[in-house]
Design a protein around this ligand. Structure first.
Ligand code: C5P
Length: 227
C-alpha cells in the first residue's frame, strides 16, 4: 500500500513547505483543483525539484464530453505527472475515448476513475444517481475496468468488492482515510488504515490529518510504519 499526501493548503508556498518536510519519504503527492488552478505546471515542476522521485497524482476529476476529456487527458499526460483521474459517471464511451487517445503515448500516467465521492452518504448519492451507493459504485468500477483504465478512486469500504468484480491488480485509491481515528471533517465514509489493509487498498489518500498536524513528517513516518 502507498501513501498519497493531499497538498490542499491555501498557498503554493505552504504546499511546497509541506513537501520539503516530507521529502525523504517514499510518498505520492496529490495536487488538486485548488493548487493546480492557482499554481499550474510551475508548481508541479517545483515539487519535482524538491525530490525528483516524488510521484504526482493530478486530481482534476475530468467530466465532459468524450472528445474534450480525451484532449484534456492528452495535455495532462504531457505534464509529466504519474497519475490523473476522471469521473466514471462521464460514461464508458468517454473513458474509452480517453484511453484510446493515450494508447500510443510513451510512459503514459496511470488513469483512475472516481466511482462515488467519499463525501456522499447514501441519501445524497441516491438523490443524484437514483441507486444505492454500493451497487452503483461497483457498476462504475466495472465500466472503468472494461474501458481499460488502471483503477478507481473509491471509498475504502468498496475496495475489496471492486477487486472481486474486476481484477486483483485493478488499482484502488481511497480518500477519506483517518489513519488513527482523527476528525472526519466533511468526509462521510471515513476508514482507518486497518480497514484499508483488509480491503486490499493500493493507495490511501490523507490530507488534513497530515497537513493540519504540527509535525507532518512525524505523522507520515507513523503512517508508513503501519502500511
Ligand atoms: O483532508 P482529507 O484527508 O479529507 O482529503 C482528502 C482529499 O481527497 C481531498 O483532496 C479531496 O478532494 C480528495 N478526494 C476525496 N474524495 C474523492 C476524491 C478525492 O476526498 N472521491
Amino acid at each position: 500500500m502507498k501513501l498519497c499526501v493531499a497538498l490542499d493548503l491555501p498557498s503554493a508556498k505552504e504546499n511546497l513547505e509541506l513537501a520539503k518536510k516530507i521529502k525523504d519519504f517514499d510518498v505520492w503527492l496529490k495536487v488538486g483543483f485548488r493548487s493546480y488552478i492557482r499554481d499550474g505546471k510551475e508548481f508541479l515542476d517545483a515539487l519535482k525539484q524538491i525530490n525528483p522521485k516524488f510521484k504526482i497524482f493530478l486530481d482534476l476529476k475530468l467530466y465532459d464530453i468524450p472528445n474534450t476529456m480525451a484532449d484534456a487527458a492528452q495535455e495532462i499526460s504531457k505534464l509529466g505527472v504519474d497519475m490523473f483521474n476522471v469521473h466514471a459517471s462521464a460514461g464508458k464511451v468517454a473513458m474509452t475515448t480517453v484511453m484510446d487517445r493515450l494508447k500510443d503515448m510513451p510512459n503514459r500516467p496511470l488513469v483512475l476513475a472516481v466511482t462515488a465521492l467519499t463525501s456522499f452518504d447514501n441519501d445524497n448519492f441516491k438523490a443524484i444517481y437514483a441507486e444505492d451507493i454500493d451497487k452503483k459504485a461497483t457498476q462504475f468500477a466495472k465500466d472503468t475496468y472494461e474501458a481499460g483504465l488502471d483503477g478507481v478512486v473509491s471509498s475504502a469500504f468498496e475496495s475489496f468488492d471492486i477487486k472481486q468484480n474486476t481484477s486483483s491488480d485493478f488499482v484502488t485509491l481511497t480518500p477519506g482515510i483517518r489513519p488513527f481515528g482523527e476528525d472526519a471533517g466533511d468526509q462521510k465514509r471515513v476508514a482507518d488504515i486497518a480497514l484499508a489493509k483488509k480491503e486490499l487498498v493500493d493507495f490511501i489518500v490523507v490530507g488534513r490529518p497530515i497537513y493540519k498536524s504540527t509535525n507532518p513528517a512525524e505523522i507520515v513516518e507513523k503512517i508508513l510504519k503501519t502500511l
